[in-house]
Design a protein around this ligand. Structure first.
Ligand SMILES: O=C(CN1CCCCC1)Nc1ccc2c(c1)OCO2
Length: 321
């Protein structure tokens, strides 16, 4: 059954979706860059639980333990969590999955204790799920057969309430037409070729590079050649130990990213100033991915484009919002 759930912006760093697990309400971070659905659980220390809604499997009549199963995940930002596993009914908007694998956190890193989410809903491909001895399916994989169309979509407007749509594309959430990029899911991500970009109207090659559609990452993280070329056009831009900064008064050029073998997605300069860094110095929404050839297109991308995660293909669709 199709459905749509509101996504509420939280402190400019993520979007939270109210989700019920065994009838218990939690605010979860939907992450298309990972494939584990995990929740803060009653098994956490009191200190870790502080400020969070917590799932208690003992008070759910529909919970079933998966005895001997465990999970442990490390994210690229150094955060992580681990614990035990069971199944329960998970409802997101109007879409319900009966026996969804629910990973109960008995340990979470400090980043999660101070974060606004009560856990994550991983919406990448199930081949990167961390549950052992047998990996588990994502909410989307489980819900897919019941959906009118085998897809979900992310609508994450800047500093405004958004939505995740399951089973249909909502034409009221975008303008113009949808373009598509072919996805290779072997690495577990919604990953596509991304081999050139434009700073303003100047095009540059980015050979052999890919991009992933990652709603769990706040910023745009790209290979150093692209990041350096972008900030070379911003007078006063500096690469500090914390990342790229520039004078807040600077006019930022747009950044167009080639998506697959066809269209470009253009991020306006107005979305590329992330926050004040210090005084009249600002911090960029475009930062270095560190190493490798995989760009991470996070929430800043979705602030400009409705993203369609289509399992037919699979393919990633995008349309300006
Ligand atoms: O770690 C993440 C996203 N992650 C999603 C789950 C919650 C914690 C944050 N993104 C990320 C952060 C830094 C990176 C990176 C990706 O690639 C290289 O550097």
């Amino acid at each position: 059954q199709d459905g749509s759930a509101p996504a509420m912006p939280y402190e400019g760093v993520e979007y939270l979706v109210s989700t019920t697990v065994g009838g218990q309400k939690l605010n979860l971070d939907f992450d298309t860059g990972s494939a584990d659905l995990w929740v803060f659980s009653s098994g956490l220390s009191a200190a870790s639980k502080k400020g969070h809604n917590v799932y208690n499997s003992a008070s759910s009549s529909t919970y079933k333990a998966l005895s001997g199963y465990t999970w442990s995940i490390q994210y690229a930002d150094g955060s992580g969590a681990s614990g035990t596993v069971g199944t329960d009914t998970v409802t997101i908007g109007g879409t319900s999955v009966k026996a969804q694998a629910v990973e109960l956190a008995t340990k979470v890193s400090s980043q999660f204790v101070s974060d606004g989410s009560d856990g994550l809903v991983g919406l990448a491909f199930s081949n990167i799920n961390t549950v052992r001895p047998r990996s588990q399916k994502t909410f989307f994989d489980n819900a897919n057969p019941s959906l009118a169309s085998p897809l979900f979509a992310a609508y994450l407007p800047f500093n405004a309430n958004g939505a995740y749509d399951f089973g249909y594309v909502d034409a009221s959430k975008y303008t113009g037409s949808v373009s598509y990029a072919a996805v290779s899911s072997s690495g577990g991500f919604w990953e596509y070729a991304s081999t050139s970009y434009k700073v303003g109207s100047t095009a540059h090659a980015m050979s052999g590079t890919t991009g992933i559609a990652d709603t769990g990452t706040t910023l745009l993280l790209m290979v150093d050649s692209a990041v350096s070329a972008y900030y070379a056009s911003v007078s006063g831009a500096k690469n500090t130990a914390d990342g790229w900064t520039f004078p807040c008064a600077a006019t930022l050029p747009s950044l167009a990213i080639r998506m697959g073998s066809s269209a470009y997605a253009t991020i306006p300069g107005s979305l590329l100033n992330f926050e004040t860094y210090s005084g009249s110095t600002c911090y960029g929404a475009l930062q270095s991915v560190g190493g490798g050839t995989q760009n991470i297109y996070g929430d800043v991308f979705f602030n400009a484009y409705y993203g369609i995660f289509d399992s037919t293909g699979p393919r990633f669709g995008f349309a300006a919002i």
